[in-house]
Design a binder for this molecule. Structure first.
Ligand code: GLU
Ligand code: MG
Length: 451
């Protein structure tokens, strides 16, 4: 045994002993697929080592399981062959009640990473950033709506951003924060949102993969806590037709040699040249990757002007209507960029990978920073938008998927496998349910992205 193998074994044994001493008897490992679904396997503690070293068998269709349990077709994926679901033991958390959780990667049987594994993709993008001398900090905000176990709306009055909701669901909120604290999940705030029974949590900024892992853990704890209170949490982009949507806004900052790119520069609002190019890169490629950010059948319904969903394909300082909102200072981490158009039906790893890959692409070739959107564009006419060069993001899934499928940029930056898997699962949603009434689609898939 080499010294490093010895150290690895010692670390593993220490972790196993710590978990067993804490009463952990099973480990759950999760992966997020192209449809934004969280898939999992669990093992008793005796099989913890196998889950980490060799992984557990998973059919090759895992990346393309759809929101209705169908299997989409994608090149090279069929019923033959097998993958391995392998947990990352550096990210294991004791989540209480005898259960530990860990994020996992889908790999080949030989242990190689695969292009359709969204977590491996984000790991690669984090490595590309590091090779370019850049570090990213990412923080997520997730909105969800509490519903009855059968998906029915909860009654009662509601004050947007009110204290009322926090008291109505006081024991749920207290249990959620306690569960997060015990699992080492850094929830920065929890508040009631605009829509009835809608809540939001924000996660502390961290490295891209680590914070995407934290989103999965947070959704798991929200789902678990909701169940204990006889509830479920909807992470659908449009939980109820005609009502407020759920967003999954992603904040990020970029750093070179310890200096921020989104502050302290000579550009607009202190942007550095590279910070401006990162925003320029995102806006330049937004239509290419929209299928990874707002690509489900319910995503388009959320993207209307006036809903603070970032439906305008531009950027602005503290602008809640632009897809990219620059947030200046104030926060302890300094200025950051919020990509507001993302919704929770997107797979968190793939969506983060798409945003960061576009930002890096913009920095690499010095993408131009478009003019800022000044003021609230939600009342603009088509002519106003055309004059400003700020179109609305598409809300048409056929258009969104054709753009992704045909995008040389998306394929170059993210790889064919993830593009093809995403187009496959989302086209299935469109082909199967695209003709249904929006009310029915909202009802059918209200809990599709919940854990
Ligand atoms: N619910 C809005 C959305 O769909 C976001 C509201 C907010 O800005 O917090 O993204
Ligand atoms: Mg919000």
């Amino acid at each position: 045994m080499t010294t490093s193998q010895h150290a690895d074994r010692e670390k593993f044994e220490h972790l196993r002993t710590t978990l067993e001493t804490a009463g952990v008897h099973a480990v759950l490992g999760t992966t997020v697929n192209a449809a934004g679904l969280t898939l999992a396997k669990s093992v008793p503690m005796q099989r913890f080592e196998a889950f980490h070293r060799t992984g557990l068998g998973a059919a090759r269709v895992w990346p393309v399981f759809c929101i209705d349990a169908a299997i989409a077709s994608a090149p090279g994926i069929d019923a033959t062959g097998d993958l391995r679901l392998r947990i990352d033991i550096d990210a294991v958390r004791d989540i209480g009640n005898g259960l530990a959780w860990a994020p996992a990667d889908l790999r080949t049987q030989q242990g190689h990473s695969i292009g359709a594994c969204t977590r491996s993709l984000l790991t690669d993008i984090e490595t590309h950033l590091a090779s370019a001398g850049l570090t990213a900090l990412v923080g997520h905000e997730l909105e969800f709506v509490l519903v009855a176990p059968d998906g029915a709306a909860q009654g009662g009055g509601w004050v947007p951003y009110g204290a009322t909701g926090l008291l109505d669901q006081e024991s749920f909120a207290a249990d959620l924060l306690a569960a997060a604290g015990a699992a080492g999940l850094r929830i920065e705030q929890l508040h009631s949102e605009y829509g009835p029974q809608q809540f939001e949590f924000s996660l502390a900024p961290a490295a891209p993969v680590a914070t995407a892992d934290a989103v999965v853990l947070a959704k798991l704890l929200v789902g678990r806590t909701a169940r204990r209170h006889g509830l479920r949490a909807s992470f659908s982009p449009k939980p109820f037709h005609g009502a407020v949507g759920n967003g999954a806004h992603q904040h990020f900052s970029l750093w070179r040699d310890g200096r921020p790119l989104f502050g302290g520069g000579d550009g607009p609002h202190g942007l550095t040249l590279e910070g401006g190019a990162a925003i320029g890169g995102i806006l330049r490629g937004l239509a290419d990757v929209q299928g990874l950010l707002t690509g489900s059948l319910l995503s388009g319904a959320r993207l209307s002007p006036g809903m603070w969903s970032g439906a305008h394909a531009g950027w602005g300082l503290e602008n809640r209507e632009t897809a990219v909102r620059l947030i200046q200072g104030g926060a302890p981490e300094g200025s950051n960029v919020e990509v507001k158009c993302i919704d929770p039906s997107a797979g968190v790893y793939a969506a983060t990978a798409a945003v960061l890959a576009l930002a890096l692409d913009g920095i690499t070739d010095g993408a131009a920073l478009p003019d800022e959107v000044e003021g609230d564009p939600s009342g603009w006419s088509d002519e106003d938008r055309a004059a400003a060069g700020v179109p609305l993001l598409s809300d048409d899934l056929t258009t969104i998927l054709a753009a992704l499928d045909g995008s040389e940029r998306a394929r170059r930056l993210l790889g064919d496998d993830i593009v093809d898997a995403t187009v496959g699962v989302r086209r299935h949603e469109l082909d199967t349910y695209g003709d249904r009434e929006p009310e029915e689609v909202a009802d059918l898939f209200r809990l599709a992205w919940s854990i």
